[in-house]
Write a new protein. Structure first.
Length: 721
């Protein structure tokens, strides 16, 4: 009796499926369906290959499907024309048996080809994500010479390449032109994978994507599916149905697959209800960004089928706004630049008006106003966002009593009174401009919920990347759950880039995780060399969550690079050369790279200088992020939170600028603020997947440079030598 095995597919094979003639797909789907029941080679249609070990081929007309299999799975590695499939790889000279003796069934790929998993992002990625890259090793790249085939309109249409990309791609005569063409990264990857099929050894090390139904391959070919959910590894799989009655939390460092586990956990919750004879639960799944919402919905559709209608996928802010709009009209939340401009204009006139308006009159108040004038606008906006609005403080008395642990600058009573008055006036100014803040929307939604004016509730609420939610937003999501047992979080305290000073239980009494915390330790994002350098920095300085630092990395690559620059101009030429070299090694366009900077002003300068050197670059503020833009992305370190890039360059690590500390801090306050900058640098380092360069001025380096273990960094960039 044939046993249907679970079906996995590699990203490279997903790209190759698009190159198949449309008329071939029904036969391919039929053969793959048959293969999941009987993958054992028969010496005819199915034969064993000499290389790589544990691989087999299935004949489908003029095409050959390369696969591996084990007791319970079949893995699709490639589907290529016969000549491409066998290039340099001879078949065995004998026929394999039709059945294997008991206990001798092959186990698939050898131990040095690990099964992989990671974040739920494959296929044409949503904004904010890039496709996986190969390892950055010398000699890895495209063979020199002309393209191996002509790029025709018909071929591009078969690959589902958008028409607006056709002209640029058809104009390419060689690989250099192809790598420079301004098309989205996923388009280039799909074209390159079908022009130069990847070596099977390399394909074997790509992550496994789960195909729930072979018919979904046809939907993917037709463009109805964006991609497939990544397959869990054994450690992740154990956590899918762990502590289904919460509240529970899964912690993990960057790239450990927390989001993937959360998606599979949705299915486990629904399956548990069926097994226990209970009605299907209503589930809320919160994603980190709007860009991930649709993609998560499609992945859940694959996992759940019709049951996907039981799951609401949204961000916390979208949920809050929807709740308030059902009760009253909501003003547009102001964007960060609008908030800075409004507060700067208010501060310019507010202090003088406050003194002449009768509120002043004592030395303490005058001193508080003088101190307020020294506080940065961004510090005050963070005080409003994280302390006043973030904790839902509604009165001066609540603010005076608030524990501000985690904020570097202490505010004595008189200064808090002045800050509270400024906040009240700031809110009045936004109302006059018909604006509000996301914080006010969250607070209002929580008020409506607690007043029982919003009746919708969920049986389970899954909150991804919970460490950077404001307390009010987290409380809102928790209280939308009918019972604390339905709350599930993923988090990594080491990746938070703001000082908040609150614990889970202080945020909401429902969040008590004693005995309900699990840890993921396998990193699927960064190479081991980059992850080791980041971990050493976090461990020595205390910048990361100690629980999340001992990671096992799947990918390998070169060590990250530290380069001391003698002039400001040198850092731009070094950055441009590193990006161009790394992009060529990784078979990527330079636009796949990101340059991370501490400030907006340096970001604008970086984009101008790189463009002047012939490497088109654009500075993108967090609200204007476009990862499909045909330029190198220049971002602030804050804006890079939650993103990943194959190539990362960090500049601006200069003494006095990073960390940039407020004046007149005590040693304790200075260290607390410095630690926030250390966490920010840790986040920047862990955005890199394969290539990482840090440039710093030789004369005035940031003190953090001395905290980077030189044994884990390559000293100086010399053009790839």
């Amino acid at each position: 009796m044939l046993i249907a095995r679970e079906l996995n597919i590699k990203p490279a094979c997903m790209n190759e499926i698009h190159a198949l003639p449309a008329k071939m797909m029904p036969m391919v789907v039929e053969k793959i369906t048959w293969l999941t029941g009987d993958p054992i080679p028969d010496g005819k249609l199915k034969k064993k290959l000499r290389h790589p070990p544990g691989t087999y081929r299935l004949r489908i007309g003029d095409y050959r499907l390369i696969y591996a299999f084990g007791d319970a799975w079949v893995r699709l590695l490639a589907i290529r024309r016969r000549d491409d499939a066998y290039a340099g790889k001879d078949l065995v000279e004998y026929e394999e048996p039709e059945a294997w003796p008991p206990g001798e069934e092959p186990g698939g790929l050898p131990d040095d080809f690990p099964e992989e998993s990671g974040e739920p992002l494959q296929g044409p990625p949503p904004k904010g994500q890039l496709p996986p890259a190969t390892s950055l090793e010398p000699g890895v790249g495209l063979d020199p010479g002309v393209l191996p085939r002509s790029i025709t309109v018909e071929w591009l249409a078969e690959l589902k390449v958008p028409e607006e990309c056709h002209a640029a791609l058809r104009a390419c005569a060689d690989e250099d032109a192809l790598l420079a063409v301004p098309v989205p990264p996923w388009v280039l990857e799909r074209v390159v994978d079908n022009l130069w099929p990847r070596p099977l050894d390399e394909v074997a090390r790509q992550p496994d994507c789960a195909v729930e139904d072979p018919q979904d391959l046809q939907r993917y070919k037709d463009g109805d599916l964006l991609g497939f959910l990544l397959r869990l590894d054994s450690g992740q799989e154990k956590l899918v149905d762990w502590r289904l009655r919460g509240p529970s939390i899964i912690k993990g460092g960057p790239g450990t697959g927390k989001s993937t586990v959360a998606l599979y956990r949705v299915r486990a919750l629904l399956d548990r209800a069926v097994a226990e004879g209970r009605p299907a639960p209503r589930i809320l799944f919160t994603t980190y960004t709007n860009a991930l919402t649709r993609f998560s919905e499609q992945l859940l559709q694959q996992l759940l089928g019709e049951r996907a209608s039981l799951v609401t996928v949204s961000t916390a802010d979208n949920i809050a706004r929807k709740m308030v709009e059902q009760v009253e009209t909501v003003a547009d939340p102001a964007m960060p630049l609008q908030l800075v401009r409004a507060l700067d204009e208010l501060r310019a006139r507010w202090g003088k008006r406050r003194r002449t308006g009768g509120k002043a009159g004592n030395a303490g108040d005058d001193a508080a106003l003088a101190t307020l004038a020294d506080l940065r606008t961004d510090f005050l906006l963070e005080e409003f966002e994280w302390i006043i609005e973030g904790r839902g403080l509604g009165t001066l008395e609540e603010y005076l009593a608030a524990d501000r642990t985690g904020r570097a600058v202490p505010l004595h009573r008189s200064l808090r009174v002045v800050v509270w008055d400024l906040y009240q006036e700031f809110q009045a100014e936004l109302v006059r401009q018909h604006l509000t803040t996301f914080g006010r929307v969250r607070i209002r939604a929580l008020e409506i919920l607690r007043a029982e004016r919003y009746q919708e509730r969920y049986d389970a609420v899954l909150i991804d990347e919970a460490q950077d939610l404001k307390p009010a937003a987290l409380s809102l999501l928790v209280e939308l759950c009918r019972d604390p047992s339905g709350v599930y979080l993923t988090a990594d305290a080491g990746q938070t880039i703001y000082s908040r000073g609150f614990t889970w239980s202080q945020t909401n009494e429902r969040l008590r995780f004693r005995g309900r915390t699990a840890l993921l330790k396998r990193n699927y994002r960064s190479s081991g060399e980059i992850a080791q350098a980041a971990t050493a920095f976090a461990r020595m300085t205390g910048a990361g969550d100690p629980d999340c630092l001992d990671l096992e990395c799947v990918h390998r690559g070169p060590p990250p690079v530290l380069h001391a620059c003698d002039t400001p101009e040198q850092q731009w030429s070094v950055a441009a050369d590193f990006i161009n070299h790394a992009a060529g090694e990784l078979r990527l366009q330079p636009q796949a790279a990101a340059v991370l900077v501490p400030s907006n002003a340096l970001g604008e300068q970086a984009a101008d200088e790189l463009t002047r050197l012939g490497l088109p670059a654009r500075f993108m503020r967090g609200t204007k992020l476009d990862l499909y833009a045909p330029e190198v992305k220049v971002l602030t370190l804050h804006s890079a939170k939650g993103l990943e890039f194959p190539i990362v360059v960090i500049v601006g690590l200069q003494q006095g600028h990073f960390p940039r500390l407020p004046r007149e801090l005590t040693p304790e306050e200075a260290e607390e603020e410095t630690q926030a900058f250390r966490r920010l640098l840790f986040v920047g380092i862990t955005r890199a997947m394969r290539g990482l360069l840090i440039c710093y001025p030789r004369a005035k380096p940031s003190p953090f440079i001395a905290e980077l273990d030189p044994a884990l960094w390559r000293s100086g960039w010399q053009g790839g030598r």
